[in-house]
Design a protein around this ligand. Structure first.
Ligand SMILES: [Zn+2]
Length: 646
């Protein structure tokens, strides 16, 4: 029987705007899925969206649309981004789909019938945004331990899953299956969590409070707690419980998750599976978080690393490569445009790009573009071939550990070896002598063969680039068709294959362009920060000469009156020493006319007159404002009318 491989991402919260963290998990799962397909395994790769819960209901009602319409519209953002990222998921599950809710209800009914779920009155604290119950001792300084917001006291009848009875069993399972929770630090975190007594899990929410969920099959006054519903997606995609047991894809090989949802997966989900009577997944792998330029991800930083924008700017494969290469999977990482540009130039343009370009150039120059026949072997050949055998074994071992960055390092060591091989054999010198020419064909054949190996090994990480690489090498079969088996021997490229040199695979980002990218990213970050703080961003710079063109003068308001039919405008008469001006000012909502008479203000005195509501305004008075109020600018001491203000 063909081996089966089942990998999942979390189902993403449908209200979230897809960000770099979502992309990271999904790309990692895609890389693993693609590799296992190359091994000839039957792969099921699942992602999807979590579409129930209070926040979804609230967001929908805020938009004034039905909740179903809201999630139907929003989940598409994830589907579209995964298409752009070349994600090869087998299925995309949504928790509002009937195929899912049907399984959730069947499982609930079964657990209820078997006494795994009971009814009780819950008394304690509840955080509405988190949809979580907490005991007194859970609270952090009286607030929600998860989000820090205020919690409300609550007493209501609910249904509970008997999670506590599985505590010792779970500890035992984690201890006897070292690969179950990874990395090691996360395993220890969970074992630490399980040192405290584990309570039972409240799995219901009264409908009067929350209607947007899967109704409990045994009590129509309640819907299912969103996590209890959501976690079941990993099995519901394969059908009802009896079918899951025989579908061949359960237990899952890997659940990839972010470290923030470690407890729900390793504790809730594991005990749920135990109660349902299903095996536990082989592995739950919790990866780290991304900071941006050394700062914690915030709303303003989300925009700077918005995945669609990064794709537009750098291309899909550059982003896929960077995310997998930059940080060990499991640890936190930092995203910066500078580091990204560095990777493009050193790893992609210099190392891989250079190997391809010079190999194809020399095949073009010496053999008219046809890959030559290997003829006379030399002492440099064997180390390169040995390196090729070695990298295949190393990559395979590292894939079982999901050590993506180490896999790429191993592949790049192989590319280095190929570059060294060309330097050592110096084909440009071989071409100069008759004796050398006998060896030249072998050297260039081996260089092309190394690139064929690279195309297969790189495919999981950079599928589109692997296609281009093979096109340029003149290889007609796809990596998917040939699989890893095509690397079982050196020398499978047919001599005489006509190469098709094309555009550079990864052009270097030159210094000037790099500076531009960095400056743009920084400017955008600042603008977003300003926006997040509610303060308008600083406008474009002007010169001192520009500024000096403006003539600001002090003036005293002599008269002020409301303008009929306008809520905002006042008509003022202002004395600026040399003359009197009629000014229309948008301050009627902030000041009564009589408040203003006699006040000294600052007037832009050389502004071209303009008509507002048919009334000429001969200048503009300075005022500060935010979203709520307007305050007219003035002085803390008296100044004569007509004084210059700079
Ligand atoms: Zn909370």
């Amino acid at each position: 029987m063909t081996e089966r491989f089942y990998i999942t991402t979390p189902i993403y919260y449908v209200n979230d705007v897809p960000h770099i963290g979502h992309a990271y998990t999904t790309i990692a799962a895609d890389v693993a899925a693609r590799y296992h397909r190359l091994k000839g395994q039957e792969v099921f790769f699942l992602t999807g969206t979590d579409e129930h819960g209070q926040k979804v209901q609230e967001a929908a009602s805020k938009r004034g649309v039905p909740a179903q319409q809201h999630v139907d519209e929003l989940h598409v953002r994830f589907k579209e981004l995964w298409a752009r990222f070349n994600i090869s998921n087998t299925d995309f599950i949504r928790t509002t789909e009937e195929r899912h809710t049907r399984v959730v209800q069947k499982i609930l009914q079964d657990l209820f019938d078997r006494g795994e779920i009971y009814r009780d009155t819950y008394e304690g604290w509840y955080c509405t945004p988190c949809e979580r119950f907490f005991t007194e001792k859970d609270l952090k300084e009286g607030n929600c331990p998860e989000c820090g917001r205020a919690v409300g006291q609550i007493s209501e009848a609910n249904y509970f899953f008997k999670m506590s009875q599985y505590q010792n069993w779970l500890i035992e399972h984690i201890n006897s299956n070292p690969g179950f929770v990874r990395p090691e630090s996360r395993k220890n975190e969970i074992l630490g969590f399980l040192k405290k007594p584990l309570g039972d899990l409240c799995i219901s929410r009264p409908k009067e409070r929350l209607a947007w969920g899967v109704p409990l099959p045994f009590d129509d006054q309640y819907v299912t707690y969103v996590w209890f519903d959501a976690l079941i997606n990993y099995v519901s995609v394969h059908g009802q419980v009896p079918e899951i047991k025989t579908c061949g894809y359960w237990p899952a090989s890997h659940h990839l998750i972010g470290k923030d949802i470690l407890t729900t997966h390793s504790v809730y989900w594991s005990t749920m599976l135990k109660a349902i009577g299903l095996e536990l997944p082989d592995n739950i792998f919790a990866h780290g978080w991304w900071t941006v330029n050394g700062q914690k991800m915030s709303k303003s930083l989300f925009n700077v690393v918005e995945p669609n924008k990064l794709i537009d700017q750098f291309g899909v494969d550059v982003i896929r490569y960077f995310l997998m290469r930059e940080v060990p999977f499991g640890l936190d990482g930092d995203f910066s445009h500078k580091a990204l540009i560095g990777r493009v130039n050193s790893d992609l343009a210099n190392n891989l790009g250079n190997l391809l370009n010079r190999t194809l150039n020399m095949i073009q120059k010496y053999y008219g573009g046809a890959i030559p026949t290997p003829d006379v072997t030399g002492p440099e050949d064997e180390p390169l071939k040995a390196k090729a055998r070695e990298v295949i074994a190393t990559v395979d071992k590292l894939f079982s550990e999901l050590a993506f960055n180490k896999i790429l390092m191993a592949i790049w060591e192989f590319l280095d070896a190929a570059n060294v091989y060309i330097n050592d054999t110096a084909p440009w010198n071989l071409a100069k002598t008759d004796e050398g020419k006998k060896r030249l064909g072998t050297v260039l054949y081996n260089a092309a063969e190394a690139l064929r190996f690279a195309s297969v090994l790189l495919h999981p990480f950079m599928p589109a680039s692997a296609v281009t690489l093979r096109q340029q090498l003149g290889l007609s079969a796809t990596v998917e068709d040939e699989g890893l088996a095509s690397l079982d021997a050196w020398g499978k490229t047919a001599p005489g294959t006509q190469t098709q040199p094309g555009a550079q695979l990864f052009p270097r980002i030159e210094e000037k362009e790099a500076e531009k990218i960095l400056a743009a990213a920084e400017a955008e970050e600042k603008a977003d920060e300003a926006q997040a703080s509610g303060i308008a961003p600083i406008a474009e710079q002007v010169t001192i000469e520009d500024f000096m063109k403006l003539d600001f003068r002090t003036g005293v308001i002599l008269e002020a009156e409301k303008i009929k039919k306008s809520k905002k405008l006042l008509k003022l008469k202002v004395d600026i020493g040399l003359e009197q001006r009629q000014v229309v000012a948008g301050i009627a909502e902030a000041y009564e006319p009589e408040q203003l008479v006699g006040r000294t203000i600052i007037l832009v005195a050389n502004l071209k007159p303009a008509k507002l509501m048919g009334i000429e305004s001969q200048g503009m008075i300075l005022a500060g404002s935010d979203s709520e109020k307007i305050v007219v600018a003035g002085f803390d001491q008296e100044l004569p009318k007509g004084s210059k203000v700079k």
